[in-house]
Design a protein around this ligand. Structure first.
Ligand code: KG4
Ligand code: ZN
Length: 335
């Protein structure tokens, strides 16, 4: 069964073909960095218009790369939510219409389920059950994953998501957009001994997160320092150090609490090299194994939606001729 996956929840247009027999056949992402860079963040209306321009040509190019035409597809999966309403509507409208015109099933996928299952596209894939740390621009959560659609949320961010904190802090440091990768790059030259940021919510029990205080701490530190390149790098290091430490500590707690020996880490921030290094050390110390998507599937992409959609279709799920989007859709409410 060959499934076309479509991702348009935010500022990346993604498309991919996943074959349940032969794995991933082709995938492509068209980013919108040039569209949003001058605004320092994603402008929802511009994102939607960009998806309209890019989606159909991207689907054609992915089909061509796989040596297929639309008549070879057996099903369509699109991101139903959460995300920006206008952006989601582009993928949902296109995907549902294409499936209808071809007379094939269609399914709307939860964006975070897509991230969560992205490591399944790798050769060394995790078996259920496992602990999942999802760290993206919109979400930070820990979930006990028993199987497809069986996600118990153990903790989540009470304010900013980890990626959002990276983006906001990078903006304060004048590092540009998107903040995660540029801040991580600047941190490479940082002096670990110069600043120390707090570890939010680590001194009390529980698995929830809070990252908005780090951004405020960064602002105060910036206001009380010079603006040299070295200082920017030192603050970037201290911020990343605090986020990574906090995420690792909560993963350690959650692994102990659940008894899981497999940890899946996904979402844009899972691309962070320092975080990966520390989580791998944690896994080693607990005799556990950690699984990540390949770097290009950490951030938004069509492959994870094609895979999650294929699993949903195989499980017998398929929607009728109508479609809807869910801009707000907690993972806990997924069935
Ligand atoms: O999963 P994603 O592409 O989109 C959402 O679903 O939100 O995640 C994007 C987020 C952004 O906040 C971006 O700054 C962050 O992931 N990110 C990173 C890195 N690469 C992307 N954060 C830290 N280090 C990175 N290397
Ligand atoms: Zn995402």
């Amino acid at each position: 069964m060959k499934i076309l996956g479509i991702e348009t929840s935010c500022d990346d247009t993604g498309a991919a073909i996943y074959d349940t027999g032969n794995g991933l056949l082709a995938h492509g992402v068209a980013d919108q960095l040039a569209t949003h860079a001058e605004y320092g963040g994603v402008v929802p209306e511009l994102a939607a218009r960009d998806h309209i321009r890019k989606l159909a040509p991207l689907v054609q190019s992915v089909l061509g790369e796989a040596g297929l035409t639309t008549s070879d597809i057996d099903g369509v999966a699109y991101t139903r939510g959460p995300g920006l309403a206008g952006a989601l509507l582009v993928g949902a409208g296109y995907g549902r219409s294409l499936a209808w015109s071809l007379g094939i099933p269609c399914v709307g996928v939860h964006h975070m389920e897509g991230h969560l299952l992205a490591p399944m596209l790798e050769q060394n894939k995790p078996a259920f059950p496992f602990l999942a740390l999802l760290v993206s621009g919109g979400h930070t959560l820990l979930a006990d994953v028993q199987g497809l659609g069986r996600y118990q949320i153990l903790g989540e961010s009470l304010d900013d998501a980890a990626g959002e904190a990276f983006d906001k802090t990078a903006k304060l440091l004048g590092l540009g957009y998107p903040g995660g990768p540029v801040l991580a790059k600047a941190a490479e030259r940082g002096d670990p001994a110069r600043f120390r940021f707090p570890r939010p919510m680590c001194d009390r029990p529980g698995l929830d997160f809070s990252f908005s205080g780090l951004k405020t701490f960064a602002l105060t530190t910036i206001q009380n320092s010079d603006d040299s390149e070295q200082t920017v790098a030192d603050i970037a290091w201290a911020f990343q150090d605090a986020v990574a430490d906090t995420l690792v500590l909560k993963c350690k707690r959650a692994l102990k609490q659940t008894g899981h020996k497999r940890l899946v880490v996904a979402g844009g921030v899972s691309a962070n090299a320092e975080l990966r290094k520390r989580l791998s050390a944690l896994a080693d110390s607990l005799n556990a194994e950690v699984f990540y998507p390949r770097l290009e599937f950490c951030t938004d992409n069509g492959a994870m939606i094609a895979y999650a959609g294929a699993m949903r279709l195989l499980a017998g799920e398929s929607q009728g001729e109508g479609f809807d989007i869910k801009p707000r859709w907690p993972l806990a409410e997924i069935s």
